[in-house]
Write a protein that binds this ligand. Structure first.
Ligand code: PFF
Length: 453
């Protein structure tokens, strides 16, 4: 490849890349989405499918995406153009970059709304709104909150503005600094919550809901959701990891970095589940409560534990930071492309992309109140957007990344980028050429009904 370094700058160290990629991966997907979709899809068997997808599909594709980014050192659309030229393949491959940029933009529109909920909860916790409240009051508090489009819009606007401000400051200035201190703190506070969950008397019920598989509860649909979530949670299939890979210096081991990131991401999701489900059962709540699950369960714990206001406030602050370090990666591919292809200044690119995503986010805001009965195929605006992006666009994007890295890119190029031992390289190659694409394909077929279980 011709370029030595990305025009957007480089990470200052290997640790900075690991932190930023972990920042992208760990977010609302782990703390908000994983528990509620696990609750909606019956628990243990769903978790098992999710873990298998992470290991056999997610990790190899994450290595592939990082490698493609690092080799091309450009935004996903241009990276795929350059790499397909290098491999003498059809230039249509760059549409894969487009798919990713679009998916990131669509996800950001609703991600910011939910991150806005977490931001509002920082202040609710701080003001003592959860103190001594029972599950019914906490549920009512949440329902009143989401019923107000004005409040949701204000928080959504604030979160989007902060995201764009961070992205505008660029790779080293903004992205890197934002993530370095929050990951360890988030981990710590989740451990405190798990400790509290142990005192509820329903700890083992929570654990068995999460880890004892009951395969009668699983369908083709829930397998698709588990697979889609493995892409969502690792930020795959849309170029976020590719664009971070583009800022990676040449000497860093992609495989080790990827394993660390995927390990941390999975640990956070499982810890969130272990903290939340005992509370669900201890308070006779429904595991299938949907997107409000963490907002209806954790505040009960904060309202009852010693120093709960402080711990609750800290927790929601960390969730907002985790969301922020993910949202910046959702829009970075689009921003990098606006800079590369349209000569935008970084700050202008941010404001244009952010304003458009903000506007679309209003649809999600309304889908929790005025439009909650407006449904297409039985789904609200938010549900459709989530389904389309997480369960369709990301797996399709990931499928083609795997095909590109496994079949189109020359073997000597992937071998030299990945620098793995011959045995691990062969394993990666088999996973990326056969296992990952076949898994995505079969899951899609089964949902379309061709192989309906
Ligand atoms: N991985 C993030 C999460 O789990 O919250 C969400 C996300 C970020 C998805 C970036 C996709 C992406 F490109």
């Amino acid at each position: 490849m011709t370029q030595q370094q990305s025009i957007h700058g480089e990470w200052s160290s290997k640790l900075a890349f690991i932190m930023a990629a972990t920042g992208s991966a760990v977010g609302l997907g782990n703390i908000w989405k994983f528990p509620y979709i696990t609750g909606e899809n019956g628990g243990g068997a769903f978790v098992m499918v999710y873990l298998i997808c992470i290991a056999l599909v997610g990790i190899p594709i994450m290595m592939a995406e990082t490698m493609l980014g690092r080799r091309a050192k450009q935004s996903p659309i241009n990276a795929l153009k350059a790499l397909s030229q290098e491999a003498e393949a059809h230039e249509n491959w760059h549409y894969l970059g487009w798919l990713g940029v679009t998916a990131g933009f669509l996800i950001l529109s609703y991600y910011s709304v939910i991150a806005g909920w977490a931001s509002a909860y920082v202040f609710k916790s701080l003001s003592g709104a959860f103190s001594g409240q029972g599950s019914a009051e906490i549920k009512a508090l949440f329902e009143q909150f989401v019923a107000s489009p004005l409040q949701l819009t204000c928080w959504h606007s604030a979160f989007m503005a902060v995201t764009m401000w961070v992205v505008a400051r660029g790779v080293r200035g903004g992205l890197e600094k934002a993530v370095q201190f929050m990951m360890p703190s988030l981990f710590l506070i989740l451990l405190i919550l798990v400790g509290y969950a142990m005192t509820t008397g329903h700890y083992s019920q929570g654990l068995s809901f999460l880890f004892a598989p009951d395969f009668s509860k699983i369908s083709g649909q829930s397998i698709l959701i588990a697979m889609g979530h493995s892409f969502f949670t690792l930020s795959l299939g849309m170029g976020a990891i590719m664009v971070y890979g583009a800022y990676l210096p040449g000497h860093v081991s992609i495989s080790k970095a990827t394993l660390l990131v995927a390990g941390a991401d999975t640990a956070v999701a499982l810890l969130a589940g272990v903290a939340i489900f005992p509370l669900v059962f201890a308070n006779q709540l429904e595991p299938s409560a949907g997107p409000g699950l963490i907002f209806q369960t954790l505040p009960i714990a904060f309202g009852q534990m010693t120093a709960g206001n402080v711990i609750g406030t800290l927790f929601f602050i960390l969730v907002v930071f985790a969301a922020l370090s993910s949202s910046i990666s959702l829009i970075e591919p689009m921003v990098a492309w606006l800079i590369e292809n349209h000569g935008f200044k970084r700050s202008h690119a941010c404001w244009v992309a952010g304003a458009a995503a903000w506007l679309l986010g209003l649809g999600t805001v309304l889908s929790f109140n005025h439009w909650s009965e407006v449904k297409l195929f039985g789904h609200t605006f938010f549900e459709l957007l989530d389904y389309l992006t997480a369960n369709i666009m990301l797996p399709v994007g990931g499928f083609f990344v795997a095909i590109f890295a496994g079949w189109v890119m020359l073997r000597e190029h992937s071998e030299s980028e990945l620098e793995m031992s011959p045995m691990f390289y062969e394993i990666w190659r088999i996973l990326v050429r056969y296992v990952a694409p076949a898994a995505v394909f079969v899951v899609f077929l089964s949902v379309v009904g061709v192989l309906a279980p």
